[in-house]
Each structure stands twice: as C-alpha cells, then as structure tokens.
Design a protein around this ligand. Structure first.
Ligand SMILES: [Zn+2]
Length: 381
C-alpha cells in the first residue's frame, strides 16, 4: 500500500484541538497499560471494557473520535506482540513503558471518521471527526482511495499521512549481470568499473549538528529557548535521514532498472567496525544494511535476482588468474604479481563477487526466479 505524507497547517484553534486529542490518546494508552500490568493474562475484552468506563468518568474522552480512542487498545496489543517477538529472538526485553509527552506522536483514524475533499489541483481539505476541517497543500496527486490516516507531530510540526490502496509502481528490471563491492571511498563499484560516490551525508551536516548541539547544551532545562534549540536539532537530524534515504532509494532503484542479476557480498558490519582502518562513524553513515535491504525488496518485486556470496578472499584474489596477495587498504590498485594484471581494487573485488555468484548454487535460484517472473508476465499478471 502506498502512503502519502503532507504537511498540515492547522490554525491556532485546530492546533489546540490536535494537542488535546493527542494528550487524551496518550492518557488512554497509559491507563490501558496500567490495566494490562494488573492482568495475569492479557485480556483484550476487559481492556475494551475499561476504555468504556474511562469514557464515562472522563468527559474529555468524549471529545475524541471513538475509533481513534479504540485504536489505543490496538496500539497497546501490537506493541505487546512486537515485544514478544523480540523476546523470542533472544533480545533482552523489559515491560512496555508508559509514554511521556515527548514519546507520543500520532493520532490514528482507521477506516472512518475522516473525508478528503479536493478543492483545487494543489489544495485539499481534510475533514476530521471531532477536530474539524484542515487545509492541506497536496504537492502530489493522491492515487487510489484513502483507507486510513495518521496525524503525526514531529519537531513541533504536524503532518498528515494518508494510507491508500494504490500500489507502488513496479520497477522493470534490466539486462545486465553485475557484481558490486561496497566501500567507504566509493559507495559502490560494479564489475564493469562503474562507481557510485559516497554522499557522506552525516559529514556534510556535521558542523551544523555540532553547533546545534552546543546551542542546546547552553539553554536552561525546561525553558522555551531550550525547546526551540531542540527542535532545530531534530530538524537537522531529519534532514540527514531524508537525504540519506533519498540516496539509498535512488541508487538501489537504478541498479535494479539496469540489471537482471546482481551479486553482493554478505556484509559483516560488526567485523568492519572493529577493523582499524575503518571509521565506525563512516560505516554507520553508509547504511549498507539498509541499502541491501532496499535492493533486495526492489529486485524481488521486479524479478531481478540478488545473490549474496561469502566475502572470503574477494579482495585478495586476482580476478584474472585467481592468485592471492595481501591488499592493505592504502593500495587502491590491484597489481597482480603473478599475471601482471592491473585494475582498480574495488572493481577487482566486484568481478570476484560476480564470479563467486556464478559458481555457487544460488545462480540456479536466480535463474529460476527469472523464469518465474517471465511466467507471471506471460499469464497476464
Ligand atoms: Zn593475476
């Protein structure tokens, strides 16, 4: 399902209304959690009953759309099951926590209680039950019908997230077969020697972030200026995240559009962080894990095969004669002592990665995947 995010411009009255709704939902969530802690076995119907009781005794609850309030019960149980699945994976988990004002950010309208009215090409009005009608700038056309919405407060601003039943446009895969090597200097290098530069997003914002942090630390706790400085900090962090995600989405999509088969190294991020020549901050900024995740899901829906290979020796081996030599990080060119081949070190690794994928059993899997997607096309899907 496709979601659209639009900035929301409530007037003063509406903003107060939104704040009040958010606060009521938070109180409801926390009260339900308190109830949950009392129960031996979580009992959903008892919780719903508790919600009805709360509504009777607290007139403020009547000002919030009933389904929005009911959603808090759902939110609690879905948090509970998320916690359980973490526990199953062996993670250390505590109990669910009560949510403070800073941690409660969304109001949910599920299925009903709202109506989107298009006024002009660039402007719409969202009618919300119990809150009112708020104007929005729709900078992109909304496709499909709106199934639900979330109102989110982030860094002192309000956003509307529309959840529609429209489907994301599928990427069509290309015809190349490549191996890719990821690194710090170049974000990635493919087996044809084509490089994508590392945007080093965090690096670009480091001065700004440092000065915002300094400003924040100077402000007195609880003061209005501190809140303002904090918002500035949050805005900067959001800008970094947005820029980074934009890069990752574009890069992964471009690869899938050009290729039918992509071989990558299985990454050992933890091991990399411990390597003396690698800078942990750079690695975190590069977010290769997220990149590979995006590459995988985009490739899968496009019918392009992505294969992970064992990273052993991909850097040290000559892609021409398969002899091995040490390759310390400062050596940017692979000069083979055995067959005198000379090549960019990352490109040499990328070729080795592709060769490994061809040799491995995953190759057959990738080919099957391709026929599978062709069959789908043939049968009209
Ligand atoms: Zn060689």
């Amino acid at each position: 399902m496709l979601s659209y995010v639009f900035p929301l411009y409530p007037n003063r009255e509406q903003r107060e209304e939104l704040e009040l709704t958010l606060e009521t939902c938070r109180i409801a969530y926390n009260s339900l959690l308190e109830e949950l802690h009392k129960q031996q076995i979580p009992d959903r119907s008892a919780m719903q009953h508790k919600l009805v009781e709360m509504k009777k005794s607290n007139p403020g609850f009547g000002k919030v759309y009933s389904k929005t309030l009911q959603y808090e019960c759902y939110r609690l149980f879905s948090n509970l099951s998320a916690l359980r699945s973490l526990k199953k994976k062996g993670r250390k988990t505590g109990r669910l926590r009560f949510k403070g004002k800073e941690w409660f950010k969304t109001i949910v309208y599920n299925q009903s209680g709202f109506r989107l009215e298009k006024v002009t090409e660039k402007r719409s009005i969202i009618h919300l039950s119990r809150i009112g009608s708020i104007s929005i700038k729709t900078h992109r056309a909304v496709e499909g019908s709106v199934k639900g919405l979330i109102i989110k407060r982030s860094c002192g601003r309000w956003y509307l997230i529309l959840q529609t039943d429209a489907r994301r446009k599928d990427i069509v895969h290309g015809s190349k077969e490549i191996g890719i090597d990821v690194g710090i200097e170049s974000y990635l290098t493919d087996s044809n020697g084509i490089k994508v530069q590392n945007p080093k997003t965090l690096e670009k914002y480091r001065m700004d972030l440092a000065s915002a942090q300094k400003e924040l630390s100077r402000k007195r706790k609880g003061s209005a200026n501190r809140a303002k400085a904090k918002r500035r900090m949050e805005r900067l962090h959001r800008r970094v995240t947005n820029a980074r995600n934009d890069f990752l989405h574009k890069t992964s999509a471009r690869l899938v559009r050009g290729c039918r088969f992509i071989a990558v190294e299985r990454l050992d991020i933890k091991g990399m962080m411990e390597r003396p020549n690698y800078n942990a901050r750079n690695i975190a900024d590069a977010s290769w894990n997220r990149f590979l995740q995006m590459l995988r899901y985009k490739a899968e829906s496009a019918g392009c095969g992505v294969v992970e290979v064992d990273p052993a020796n991909t850097t040290r081996m000559c892609s021409s004669c398969a002899s091995l030599q040490e390759m310390p990080l400062y050596k940017r060119v692979y000069d083979c002592g055995a067959c005198s081949m000379s090549m960019d070190r990352d490109c040499n690794s990328a070729i080795n990665i592709l060769k490994k994928a061809y040799a491995g059993p995953e190759r057959a899997y990738a080919e099957n995947m391709d026929t599978y997607s062709m069959k789908q096309e043939a049968s009209g899907f």
